[in-house]
Design a protein around this ligand. Structure first.
Ligand SMILES: O=C(O)CCC(=O)C(=O)O
Ligand SMILES: [Fe+2]
Length: 313
């Protein structure tokens, strides 16, 4: 049987760039996903963020709703339980979440489309801990993009100035325990694709994440402790004319013996700068990919947010 999601050691990137790029590219082409072992994000940064996350979601609804991000399409702050739905799905997901966005300099032109993240006064370490994890994953994401660039026969730094002010988002996710069976047909996260360039996901050790292989089979992703899951989003798929697929994935409800446990996971959605034009790479078209018309990252994001119910049409 093919061994999917075999952890790729991050240390290989330091030792042999070509070998790492090849391993990452092969995994992405096959499943749209990869698992990275020995990632460089400091455990303390992860632990502090998780502590802040748990403290936030433990607050009463009324306190959380003071940070409601609805007016801004849920791109910053809090989105309440059962609000977001997967594209085309009738039922909302059994999750609540928080979004931290990029911290922009006061005069940045990107302020027009990228809002500030609200500060959470009730939890003294919240702003610092979430910002620290945002920055660590932003840095690691840029490093991974260098490997992806090599795989795509681009200059290693090709992505660098296209993502440095990207509208990236750190999502703190809370899937509450399911002590009573949830309503028929509802799941923790319905089948969907991510909108962005790449996603770096922490916290998928608690079971539930499944990836739809092109054979139609749902594959469970069970990263070992300390590993990080990464996947291609729609923007990378569009850039590569489908050569690197943005694979459908979901989070299924827990098995009965885990139903009393919550699930906390933390995807970092790495985005392009809003004004980047996403246009199919000729080398990907040449190898059989299907090009779509060029579109700016901002226009594409708005189109997709309408589809998932975060921005009303
Ligand atoms: O919670 C997870 O493991 C995955 C979450 C996810 O796919 C998403 O929020 O886009
Ligand atoms: Fe996702």
């Amino acid at each position: 049987m093919t061994e999917y999601f075999k952890p790729i050691p991050y240390a290989l990137w330091r030792k042999d760039k070509a070998a790492f790029a090849e391993a990452l590219g092969t995994s992405f082409r096959e499943t749209g996903f990869a698992v990275i072992a020995g990632h460089p994000v400091d455990q303390r940064t992860i632990d502090d963020n998780l502590r802040a996350t748990k403290a936030f979601f433990a607050m009463p609804d009324i306190a959380k709703l003071a940070y409601d991000g609805k007016a801004g399409g849920g791109q910053r702050g809090y989105t309440a339980f059962a609000t977001e739905n997967a594209k085309g799905a009738a039922k909302a997901d059994l999750k609540e979440f928080w979004h931290t966005g990029r911290h922009l300099p006061p005069k940045s032109p990107y302020r027009e489309t990228m809002a500030d993240t609200p500060s959470v006064g009730e939890i003294p370490d919240f702003d610092r801990a979430t910002r620290a994890l945002f920055d660590a994953l932003d840095e690691m994401g840029r490093d991974l993009l260098r490997a992806i660039a090599l795989h795509l026969e681009l200059d290693e730094m090709w992505f660098e100035d296209r993502v440095e002010m990207g509208n990236s988002i750190l999502r703190l996710l809370h899937y509450p325990p399911q002590e009573n069976p949830p309503p028929e047909g509802t799941v923790r996260a319905g089948a969907h694709e991510d909108i962005n360039v790449i996603t770096l996901l922490l916290g998928a050790e608690e079971a539930g994440l499944e990836v739809k292989h092109r054979s139609g089979e749902w594959l469970a992703v069970n990263p070992p402790p300390g590993a990080l899951v990464i996947n291609c989003g729609d923007m990378l798929q569009r850039l590569t004319a489908g050569v690197l697929p943005s694979t459908t994935h979901r989070v299924v409800n827990p098995a009965p013996e885990r139903a009393k446990f919550p699930r906390y996971s933390t995807p970092f959605f790495l985005h392009f700068n809003q004004d980047v034009v996403i246009e199919a790479l000729p080398q990907c078209v040449a190898e059989g990919g299907t090009a779509q018309p060029p579109i700016t990252a901002q226009d594409y994001l708005m189109e997709r947010l309408r589809e998932i119910g975060l921005v009303k049409a």
